[in-house]
Design a protein around this ligand. Structure first.
Ligand code: ADP
Ligand code: ZN
Length: 623
């Protein structure tokens, strides 16, 4: 907070937003709608901003907070990340602080005094703190530049991160009607957007909706057969030594997966709500600070994690909604470099999720909502179309085929599965009508394949007229049929906890022949890793620049550990890459490098020039 403070405070006044972007953040140009949003808020307008993860939301309130008199108040649910956010800002000379329950009374008193003295550009608060009378009284006594409501989808019950404390934020407008408000989220469905506008009293606010496409992320959904092996292959073949997040549904599978990866020599750590707070904090810190850590986690992990170089996000279990899935996968590749979103999915996932919905607490409306979310997720898994096209369509965007998803890279065929579906459904109907029996997928497939298992003998199921009529498909193909019928609502899981299958109303249309069933056939070979798209900001590092890049990385790691901050707080990879390829020789040349603003120039400039001059081609020959 000390360095650069005077500098920032003096220059601001008549400086343009673009000037602040360059001087403080070290960037050349605004991205997407940043410029319009920033001008609107600097001018005192309210805004609702929908932008994907990595789109650059933070600048949309940080620059107006610097440009307007007073302190920008940022409401954020991410208490565990406030320290990193404040450290990051301090690193570029912005005067930021937070107030939350992790602080001592004395620390809080210091922050409050700084706020009242007008010495803060940004103040981060958790929503529950804001609604305390003492906090409101404090804010009344200082000068407020704006309110930024981060992760604004937390106000929505439709969404996946509902926080009751967010509902109270409607009071902001009532109590401080003159102060502009900007609500930001990376969750983009129409329902969520409308709930944000309505519940936060932002119906009059200007709405800024960006494209949600993340072209640098390759989307892939694989059939689950040996998930741990499949995961290991993904890491070893495509992302060795790189940072990633693996999402699992349960604590137990988090533990099991992390142990497996560690045994296989991968630097993996677990994260779930069953671990003690210090262990969770320590694992999160290692993920942020060390290079190439794989975090195996439940969805409790990840919101607000702004580590830019997460190279892959893997899901070992089916996410409950497309929103959640997109939000989680969006944590990959914030730096715009090529990244992978990989999901393994199988019959068991569908059975399990349907059962969880049946058994969930809450009323029929709630269960129906869960069911709609699951259906959309299943449709994404089973589509033969471009995954990205379908994802974006879910968020109301139209687009062409992307060329960077599994379905584009290895087109899957669609086939007419009406006859196999009829065979399966009539087996279920016969068992029920003729024998009053119900079974799960495994036994039904045994019947169709005409297998003489002990259970078939026990029940004399070889007497059924459908016994052995399904030999045109393999067992794996039959499992695919069952899974897809479940996904399409043409089969249901009975709520008995055994995964037994029953027909639905729509199944009758198939049995009568009035409805055809279209199924997806898995492509034989899976090509991956080719034709990766990366965003225009990223560059490929020439081999000659690699040694210098490595030296810069080591230097950065050393800086980060001395300051006890994540490496990206010192510099992003993009900045190191530019340094390694452009070889700046003077302070002025350094100033032109992305991510080097005045504060970092002052702090690291001389050291960097020395390090770079050591690496001049001439010096390299003699080393
Ligand atoms: P979000 O909050 O939308 O997920 P961030 O605000 O964390 O995204 O920004 C994502 C990354 O892009 C950050 O590393 C940020 O520094 C960088 N960034 C944002 N805006 C720009 C810009 N105009 N030029 C260059 N980099 C930018
Ligand atoms: Zn595609």
């Amino acid at each position: 907070m000390s360095r650069g403070r005077a500098m920032v405070a003096i220059v601001i006044g008549s400086e343009t937003a673009g000037g602040i972007l360059h001087r403080v953040f070290g960037y050349d140009a605004f991205r997407g709608e940043q410029s319009e949003i920033i001008d609107h808020v600097i001018g005192g307008g309210d805004a609702v901003v929908l932008m994907p993860t990595g789109g650059g939301k933070s600048l949309c309130y940080q620059i107006p907070a610097l440009a307007r008199p007073g302190t920008g108040i940022v409401i954020s649910p991410l208490i565990a990340l406030m320290q990193d956010q404040v450290d990051s800002l301090a690193g570029i000379g912005v005067r930021a602080a937070f107030l939350n329950s992790t602080q001592s009374a004395e620390q809080r008193a210091q922050v409050e005094a700084a706020f009242l003295a007008g010495e803060l550009d940004l103040l981060y608060l958790a929503p529950e703190r804001l609604t305390m009378p003492s906090t409101a009284a404090l804010l009344d006594r200082g000068r407020i530049a704006l309110f930024a409501i981060d992760e604004a989808h937390c106000v929505s019950q439709w969404g996946h991160d509902f926080r009751p404390d967010y509902l109270a934020l409607s009071m902001l407008h009532e109590r401080w009607p003159q102060v502009p408000r900007i609500a930001l989220t990376a969750t983009a469905t129409k329902q969520t957007q409308e709930e944000i506008q309505q519940r936060l009293g932002l119906k009059q606010a200007k709405l800024f909706v960006s494209s949600f496409d993340r072209p640098n992320i390759q989307y892939r959904i694989a059939q689950k057969n040996q998930p741990l092996k499949q995961l290991l292959q993904l890491i070893r073949e495509e992302h060795p030594g790189q940072a990633g997040i693996v999402y699992c549904l349960s604590r137990a599978s988090v533990e099991k997966t992390a142990e497996f990866l560690v045994e296989e020599g991968i630097h993996a750590l677990p994260y779930h709500a069953g671990l003690s707070t210090p262990v969770r904090a320590a694992n999160q810190a290692r993920f942020l600070r060390e290079d190439g850590v794989v975090m195996v986690a439940t969805i409790a992990f990840g919101m607000g994690i702004d580590k830019p170089d997460v190279r892959f996000v893997a899901h070992l279990d089916l996410p409950k909604s497309v929103e959640g899935y997109y939000q989680e996968t969006g944590r990959a590749g914030r730096d715009g470099e090529a990244s992978t979103a990989w999901l393994a999915y199988g019959l068991q996932d569908v059975v399990q999720q349907r059962r969880m919905i049946d058994q969930s607490e809450g009323d029929a409306t709630h269960r129906r909502r869960l069911s709609l979310h699951l259906d959309a997720m299943l449709a994404l898994c089973e589509t033969v179309q471009c995954r990205r096209k379908q994802l974006l369509a879910y968020f109301g965007e139209t687009s062409g085929d992307c060329g960077n998803c599994d379905n584009c890279l290895n087109p899957a065929e669609s086939w007419d599965g009406t006859i196999p579906a009829q065979k399966l459904l009539s087996t279920i109907v016969r068992l029920e009508r003729e024998r009053n029996q119900h079974f799960g997928a495994g036994h039904l497939i045994d019947i169709l394949l005409g297998r003489q298992t002990p259970r078939i003998d026990q029940y004399s199921h070889d007497d059924l007229s459908t016994f052995g009529i399904g030999s045109e498909l393999s067992e794996a193909e039959w499992r695919g049929v069952v899974r897809q019928l479940l996904a399409q609502g043409l089969l249901a899981v009975r709520g008995d906890g055994y995964g037994t299958l029953v027909i639905t109303e729509s199944s009758n249309e198939v049995l009568k022949g009035t409805r055809r069933v279209h199924l997806r056939r898995e492509p034989e070979r899976i090509k991956t890793g080719k034709s990766r798209k990366v965003s225009s900001q990223s560059a490929v590092l020439p081999a000659s620049a690699e040694p210098l890049f490595e030296r810069l990385r080591n230097w950065r790691a050393d800086q980060a550990s001395r300051q006890n901050v994540p490496a990206y707080v010192v510099f992003h990879d993009t900045t190191l890459r530019e340094l390694a390829t452009r070889h700046p020789r003077t302070i002025d040349e350094l100033r032109d490098v992305t991510g080097i603003g005045e504060s970092k120039l002052e702090r690291y400039g001389a050291e960097l020039l020395e390090l770079l001059s050591d690496q001049s081609p001439a010096a390299a020959i003699f080393n």
